[in-house]
Design a protein around this ligand. Structure first.
Ligand code: TTP
Ligand code: MG
Length: 352
């Protein structure tokens, strides 16, 4: 049977929730994220509405830069709990439309709607879903529909804002060819750089990468080369899988001034660890992976992670392992530190 996959992703999610809660901001550029402190703020943008994006403001941009680009924008703090509640409502609506749903983030989920039989009917269904979300939550969403998750995801990006794009199987190769290689999910700046060096060409398109053999891509990128060989041909067999309950708890801290002072860094790090551990304990979870993030002067950001076969349940060991990861950062990189963070990936305990 022909697969039909729908990806729904909310438009400018945090910002549109804020706009809904504060209708007098409608039409204004809205930036959700860290406090800009009149341009001296040191955090980042979580997201910006489409008005603010016209100024070049986007997720993960330093908030000071966002302030410089549009000082008159409305700057709002992140209200995580509010967005989680809205997200739950949206996921409830989606579950009503397909038995097989995979939520991939707060505002994004894949539905396997193969049962619907045709792309035409799939498009009607997408409009129905978006309508229900708009009626109930007063928020815009976009949908991509295709024969697999990857093409559906890219189609959704192209449908934004507030649209639906169907890419049928027979059109999908032509749809992909002219796109930049970064549009393939999983291709980040590092992979792009490796490919550009190999092809001795910048601004690589998907059609360029199609010229490489499977062996060449595997040589360059390891196992991901195999996947990439298929992805540039529009092939992605990955199923819509009900996500395992994986949760993560993370805390981070941006220093007022970049620092190398151990007396400043370590107490803050210990505080973050203790906050993470307290939250983990409350949930009765145990830890499978510890990730430490370090952002150095100049915004260069790195992460180091350690996974455990047997979930950690002893927080003294957690602290020791996290400290070791941080120490590695500080010995490998001598630049002043701007931000540190620690995250624990936890898996629900299996029923005994
Ligand atoms: P996205 O769906 O990536 O972005 P978006 O919904 O704001 O905009 P659009 O989908 O229309 O392009 O992320 C969903 C939310 O996750 C976003 O509203 C805020 C949060 N987020 C961050 O906090 N930091 C980030 O770097 C990104 C990408 C998202
Ligand atoms: Mg979104």
């Amino acid at each position: 049977m022909k697969r039909i996959i729908l990806l729904l992703d909310m438009d400018a999610f945090f910002a549109m929730v804020e706009e809904r809660e504060n209708p007098h901001f409608a039409g204004k550029p809205i930036v959700v994220g860290a406090d800009p402190k009149e341009g001296r703020g040191r955090g980042v943008v979580s997201t910006a509405n489409y008005e603010a994006r016209k100024y070049g403001i986007h997720s993960a941009l330093p908030i000071s830069e966002a302030f410089r680009l549009c000082p008159s924008a409305v700057f709002l703090p992140v209200q995580g709990e509010l967005y989680s509640r809205v997200s739950e409502n949206i996921m409830e609506i989606l579950k009503g439309y397909a038995p097989l749903m995979e939520q991939v983030s707060l505002d994004e989920a894949y539905l396997d709607i193969s049962f619907i039989g045709s792309f035409e009917k799939a498009k009607e269904l997408a409009e129905k879903i978006r309508n229900e979300i708009f009626q109930k939550e007063k928020l815009p969403a976009s949908c991509g529909i295709a024969q697999n998750k990857m093409v559906a995801k890219i189609a959704c990006e192209k449908a934004k804002p507030n649209g639906v794009l169907v890419v049928e199987q027979k059109e999908s190769e032509r749809f992909l060819l002219p796109l930049g290689i970064r549009e393939i999910p999983g291709v980040g700046p590092k992979t792009k750089a490796v490919l550009e060096k190999f092809f001795e060409k910048r601004e690589l398109k998907i059609q360029d990468v199609k010229k490489a053999t499977r062996e060449e891509l595997v040589e360059l990128l390891g196992i991901f080369g195999n996947t990439l060989y298929e992805k540039v041909r529009g092939i992605d067999e990955s199923p819509v899988a009900v996500a395992q309950e994986v949760k993560s708890v993370g805390k981070e801290h941006t220093f007022e001034k970049d620092t190398r002072d151990a007396e400043e860094i370590f107490p803050v790090f210990q505080q973050l660890i203790s906050e993470v551990c307290t939250e983990l304990k409350e949930e009765g979870f145990s830890c499978k992976t510890i990730t430490v993030v370090c952002r150095f002067q100049g915004f260069e950001t790195h992460t180091k992670a350690k996974s455990f076969k047997e979930p950690l349940q002893d927080w003294k060991i957690f602290e020791k392992e996290a400290m070791q990861l941080l120490l590695k950062f500080l010995t490998e990189n001598l630049k002043p530190v701007r931000l540190i963070g620690v995250r624990a990936r936890v898996a629900a305990r299996e029923a005994e």
